[in-house]
Design a protein around this ligand. Structure first.
Ligand code: NAD
Length: 492
């Protein structure tokens, strides 16, 4: 049975479906970057609030800026913007819910004016983002906004027909100011340290170049809460769609699958109101930093630690890697010995329990989290998830052997993609520069660690890192992965 509003009443009792009046939803939230994660996380929290009788002012209008988002628009439009979320526990049957919180979707390349008007509309009080780590265009080391990006050059020259998220936000905020409307909150839900601060820095950097008076207005009126977001959401596959059909009889053009674990910690800094998300499990705090540091350094870094090495060892899913005792030991030792000393005490968190849960989550076979997904966008992920911790451990004169192994595995994964028989491509906006650095084996260490936009000058110049990287590379190339993971300095 096709997923459509008219078919909701035919769904079995085991499937949770919207009980609120979707026709009366107003779009208090506009979300840019409606991918798997937004649909498994913010939209689910918002839906649960609506189910409990929360205000209908907080419906969601999705927006896609990239050509590839056309497919999402088609699917959602075809099924009245409904979609299903299938929660896959390690030992439980899939739980299915139909989410109704998103009730409209705009594909920006077809309708740029409509998107600007939607963002500028008085109903819109929060604009949220999941545009990936690389979408903020901020250099990790210099902290500078990338004005040389073609979309940014275009938007500065053509402010009325933007392409980038910052061009759209700036155009819409200009209209709100001109119309005497209050600003909206810009809520980043991407995996970035201080994601709200990054969003602020990027938007203000862009706006200041375009219109300094508007930039001042934005600085005064828009708020940018930081948030920590967590729920493992793999890419939806044909097998997931088939599983949904088998379990429920439901035909959904693009369901979402995710784990049952979910967490959202948010700074309570909303300039134009917000939903009562605290009543559906969202934790509001004054300072999100310790939570996001814990999550990025353990969960996201754990993913980076397993992805390149695991892929080269022939694994394709996170749970396959975790089934290998050598890998499981490597990941846990990395968490315990390399990351935990950098975290300190975090209010309300039992770190040992948190790490145990992470190991369980990584090992969940039902979720089928693709290593190919975890390998994507290394140039954005590695600096945020691995290098900050590495710098602290170098400063503490601690062993950095496991960090070096992770970096060496990334370099070899990149080089592997250049082989004639490679079965994968490097999905990363920086792929040409990364591949160039890894093309020749001779001098790889100097060229790879010389990628300044990733390593910065301090790490590049670190004798300890250079020698540990050379050692890790040598071991991987001469002994292979299994023997390397047995080396005493990695196991300790
Ligand atoms: P996805 O590929 O399903 O969706 C990504 C969306 O972002 C798409 O709509 C895409 O068009 C848009 N996008 C990408 N780059 C953009 C840009 N430069 N400007 C505007 N839009 C852009 O990915 P996803 O699984 O939804 O993950 C998105 C982000 O969510 C991640 O990068 C991460 O920061 C965060 N996140 C994901 C997970 C997860 O498990 N998938 C968990 C926590 C946080």
């Amino acid at each position: 049975m096709k997923l459509k509003a008219e078919n909701l009443s035919l769904l079995g009792d085991g499937i949770l479906k919207p009980a609120y009046d979707r026709n009366r939803l107003r779009h208090g939230i506009v979300h840019i970057g409606v991918g798997g994660f937004h649909r498994a996380h913010q939209a689910v929290y918002t839906d649960e609030l609506l189910q409990r009788g929360g205000s209908l002012d907080w419906g969601i209008c999705g927006v896609g800026l990239r050509d590839s988002d056309k497919a999402m628009q088609r699917v959602l439009e075809d099924q009245d913007h409904l979609y299903s979320v299938m929660t896959l526990g390690a030992a439980t049957a899939p739980a299915v819910q139909v989410i109704g919180a998103i009730s409209a979707y705009l594909f920006a390349p077809d309708a740029p004016d409509a998107v600007i008007e939607k963002l500028a509309c008085a109903d819109t009080r929060i604009v949220s983002l999941t545009i990936t780590e690389g979408g903020y265009l901020i250099d990790d080391h210099s902290g500078e906004f990338d004005f040389s990006h073609p979309d940014i050059e275009h938007d500065l020259a053509h402010p009325g027909t933007p392409r980038s998220v910052f061009g759209y936000l700036s155009a819409a905020l200009g209209k709100r100011r001109d119309r005497g409307l209050p600003a909206f909150t810009l809520l980043s839900c991407d995996n970035l340290p201080q994601n709200g601060d990054r969003a602020r820095q990027a938007l203000l950097g862009f706006a200041r170049r375009q219109n300094p008076v508007l930039a001042d207005w934005i600085a005064q009126h828009v708020t940018f809460p930081n948030s920590m977001v967590d729920r493992i959401t793999p890419m939806t596959t044909a097998a997931h769609k088939a599983l949904l059909r088998n379990e429920t009889g439901l035909d959904d053009g693009w369901p979402v699958v995710c784990e049952s674990f979910t967490q959202w910690v948010l700074e309570d800094d909303f300039c134009n109101g917000r939903p009562e998300w605290e009543s559906v499990g969202v934790q509001f705090t004054q300072d999100v930093t310790p939570y996001e540091k814990m999550k990025m350094r353990l969960l996201n870094a754990g993913h980076s630690a397993m992805s390149y090495l695991g892929y080269m060892a022939g694994y394709r899913y996170s749970h396959e890697v975790m089934r290998d005792p050598q890998f499981a030991a490597f990941i846990r030792t990395f968490m315990d010995a390399d990351v935990t000393p950098t975290l300190g005490i975090i209010a309300g968190i039992d770190l040992e329990r948190y790490k145990d849960t992470l190991i369980e989550r990584f090992s969940n076979p039902s979720i089928g989290d693709q290593l190919s997904r975890l390998c994507m966008d290394g140039s954005s992920k590695i600096p945020k998830f691995i290098l900050a911790t590495l710098e602290e451990r170098l400063a503490a004169e601690a062993s950095i052997a496991r960090f070096a192994l992770i970096l060496a595995s990334w370099a070899l994964y990149l080089r592997g993609a250049l082989q004639a028989d490679a079965d994968y491509r490097v999905e990363d906006p920086a792929a040409p520069r990364l591949l160039q650095a890894c093309r020749q084996p001779d001098g790889l260490c100097a060229r790879f660690l010389g990628l300044e936009e990733i390593y910065g000058s301090r790490l590049h110049a670190s004798a300890a890192l250079n020698s540990a990287f050379e050692a890790a590379l040598y071991r991987l190339e001469t002994q292979g992965i299994a023997a390397t993971l047995d080396e005493p300095d990695l196991v300790a």
